[in-house]
Design a protein around this ligand. Structure first.
Ligand SMILES: [Zn+2]
Length: 347
């Protein structure tokens, strides 16, 4: 029973697709919609969870209710690409050195029912082709509730905006060059190899490798770490051990290593404490309910799973999709995830 209750809190990233309505420009207040989290609101209002919390000291971020009215911070703060950088509306505090330049609030728009690419393009003076490119859309079908980028994503180099408080080590090198199919080199592992190898002499008795999707169009380890700490109260930080980027907020196929891997801590990615103890969590950035997994993320995932198995040769690590192992029904990692093709390679 407890597991079922807990399950509602888990894999929140998989349910970022709740029906929300966009408030594109900052207003003085914001009415919480059904299913909305503080993180989503911060994103849609181009502010930060911290700023919202400061502006609303009486709210409990874990218990937002539809109809709650939030005071919005007076000035917009950096966009989701720099969400984890603590930002405050206070005029006296100097801007963090690593802060990216603030952009207009309309970097993201939340898709409303009845929206079309053409409509959003027209309203924002943009071309449909740009919107498709920035959001990796092939057609023009939009899912209401999802976020749409109105600006080009940051370049596919990793975002080096680590703050001193960040538990994540900065990635040492830029993302790897495009994979050569015939090459047997560890294209995606190599840049992160030292970090992946770091705990190899003190590995837990892992039994599973479980793959998730973030359910978001962007994100990286730092953003997820911030989100899991701030809105899910996870003191061990990011629930996953690894994140594989999609070119939005980290490189396409880039492997980021979370602090739980360095410390060989249990995951927080499954709706079962027992399973979290023995399951390595890998999160693929993206929403594979609406998008197809790209070739670089696919290759990176395969490389990472095979490499982890080599690190722990006696363990026969079993590969599972989140939905195949979770105690609560979930679609994660999305209905378009190429389940059988990946299983064929990794089973
Ligand atoms: Zn999941």
């Amino acid at each position: 029973m407890r597991k079922i209750l807990r399950a509602g809190f888990l894999c929140i990233l998989c349910i970022l697709c709740t029906l929300l309505y966009n408030h594109n420009l900052p207003a003085a207040s914001y009415t919480v919609q059904k299913g909305e989290t503080l993180y989503q609101i911060a994103k849609s209002q181009s502010t930060s969870v911290e700023a919202l919390t400061k502006a609303n000291p009486t709210i409990n971020p874990q218990r937002l209710h539809p109809g709650d009215v939030l005071r919005l911070p007076s000035s917009p703060t950096p966009t989701p690409t720099s969400a984890p950088t603590p930002s405050t509306p206070a005029k006296t505090s100097p801007p963090p050195i690593t802060q990216t330049k603030p952009t207009t609030p309309a970097e993201w728009v939340r898709i409303k029912k009845g929206d079309s690419l053409a409509k959003i393009a027209r309203e924002n003076n943009l071309s449909i082709a740009d919107l498709q490119r920035w959001n990796r859309l092939s057609g023009d079908s939009l899912r209401s509730g999802a976020l749409l980028r109105l600006r080009p994503p940051p370049s596919s180099t990793p975002t080096q905006t680590n703050t001193p408080s960040s538990p994540l080590k900065p990635h040492p090198t830029p993302p790897p060059s495009p994979p050569k199919p015939s090459s047997r080199e560890l294209i995606f592992i190599e840049p992160a190899r030292a970090q992946i190898d770091a705990p190899k002499d003190r590995l837990r008795d892992w039994e599973y490798i479980v793959v998730h999707h973030s359910g978001t169009s962007g994100g990286n380890a730092k953003i997820f770490d911030y989100f899991h700490r701030q809105t899910r109260g996870m003191e061990n930080g990011m629930a996953y051990h690894f994140v594989i980027g999609n070119g939005s907020d980290s490189g396409d196929g880039q492997i980021e290593v979370g602090s739980r891997w360095f410390q060989q801590k249990q995951g927080g990615h499954l709706a079962s404490e027992a399973l979290n103890e023995i399951a390595i969590g890998i999160c693929l950035v993206g929403d594979f309910s609406t998008h197809r997994l790209g070739p670089r993320q696919t290759a990176s995932l395969i490389e990472l799973v095979q490499y982890l198995r080599k690190l722990q040769p006696d363990s026969k690590l079993k590969f599972r999709l989140h939905r195949e192992i979770n105690t609560k029904p979930t679609e994660c990692p999305g209905k378009l995830f190429p389940s059988s093709a990946i299983h064929e390679i990794l089973d």
